[in-house]
Design a protein around this ligand. Structure first.
Ligand SMILES: Nc1ncnc2c1ncn2[C@@H]1O[C@H](COP(=O)(O)OP(=O)(O)OP(=O)(O)O)[C@@H](O)[C@H]1O
Length: 300
């Protein structure tokens, strides 16, 4: 379904990338290796340096220091570009063209482009594929932009906030396609503020804060490192509860919740002190909670 990488060469190999804009150190000493078939999520607050990192890796900006290679070729070189799919920075498509014309035009530049039918289905373009793009909604343009990233059947795709402006259907379609792309050997680097999207697609995350990498690892390792689970049970908010429980738990949507390092011990205590509690559950933390927990520990 998707192109396979030619060898075991790393899809991305970046070392010590730094970029300053005036007084702002947008990125400092950014290093990254991405293997074929890996999906990596770059996360961080607004202004953390994510788009800057992507632009340096795409060769759209020149770093002040450091170097980056794409499948062994300098970022921004024609060799690197031929391996890469990106979404256009602004989806200001020519108003008179249709998505079919635009995608066909782009496809003609690649040796083994994706079949049009696959892109139409993957990104839900059937209703708009033959409409002129003048007047397209933000979400419609975004769907075309995402299809453009994949049209050349690339070995590596860069996606900067791919689903911003997309409706739920569009988000789900994109997530399924991106995950299938990585499972078939494609490499993917995306930025997103949607934690659930990162969890759906990515194997690994890198977190940036004020231009510096502060957390990196496979999602499973990061969850293990956080070493916490959520313990929750169903009970009315106005129940008379033991004092220790009121201090440690919060109430939300009909359930009491706590984050615990030793969930078994907490459950034993609950059963002893609150035998009436119902539907006791131990669940893993979601990515947002896991990262918040690790950041708390790093700051301590
Ligand atoms: N061309 C530029 N000129 C001046 N400052 C810039 C420029 N590009 C980025 N910056 C600054 O560099 C910092 C990093 O910006 P960047 O766009 O990489 O952040 P980001 O993590 O992608 O943020 P967001 O989540 O808001 O998109 C910010 O403080 C931003 O204002």
């Amino acid at each position: 379904m998707f192109a396979r990488s030619p060898s075991s060469t790393l899809a991305i190999e970046a070392e010590g990338l730094s970029k300053r804009f005036g007084n702002v150190q947008a990125l400092q000493g950014f290093s990254l290796s991405l293997r074929p078939g890996e999906a990596l999520g770059l996360i961080g607050t607004n202004g953390a340096g994510k788009s800057t990192a992507l632009k340096l890796l795409q060769g759209l900006r020149v770093p002040d220091s450091g170097r980056a290679a794409i499948f062994g070729q300098p970022a921004g070189s024609s060799g690197a570009k031929s391996c890469v799919g990106i979404t256009p920075q602004n989806a200001d498509f020519p108003e008179q063209m249709t998505p079919r014309e635009m995608l066909s035009y782009a496809a003609a530049h690649f040796q083994t482009p994706k079949p049009m039918t696959e892109l139409i289905e993957a990104f839900g373009l059937n209703r708009i594929i033959d409409r002129r793009m003048g007047g397209f909604s933000g979400g419609e343009s975004r769907r075309v932009a995402l299809a453009l990233a994949f049209v050349g059947n690339p070995l590596l795709v860069f996606l900067d906030e791919p689903t911003s402006g997309l409706d739920t259907d569009g988000q789900e379609m994109f997530q399924a396609y991106a995950r299938a792309y990585a499972d078939a050997g494609g490499s993917l680097l995306l930025t997103s503020h949607h934690w659930d999207e990162i969890e759906q697609i990515c194997d690994r995350i890198v977190m940036i804060d004020q231009g510096k990498q502060i957390l990196e690892g496979a999602l499973d390792d990061i969850r293990r490192r956080a070493g916490r689970s959520r313990v929750s049970f169903a009970m009315a908010e106005d129940t008379d509860l033991p004092a220790w429980l009121i201090e440690g738990f919060t109430f939300d949507s009909g359930r009491w919740h706590a984050i615990a390092a030793d969930s078994d011990a907490l459950v034993r205590r609950l059963i002893r002190d609150l035998p009436r509690c119902r539907d006791l559950q131990i669940t893993p933390l979601d990515l947002k909670e896991t990262v918040a927990q690790l950041r708390k520990e790093l700051a301590a």
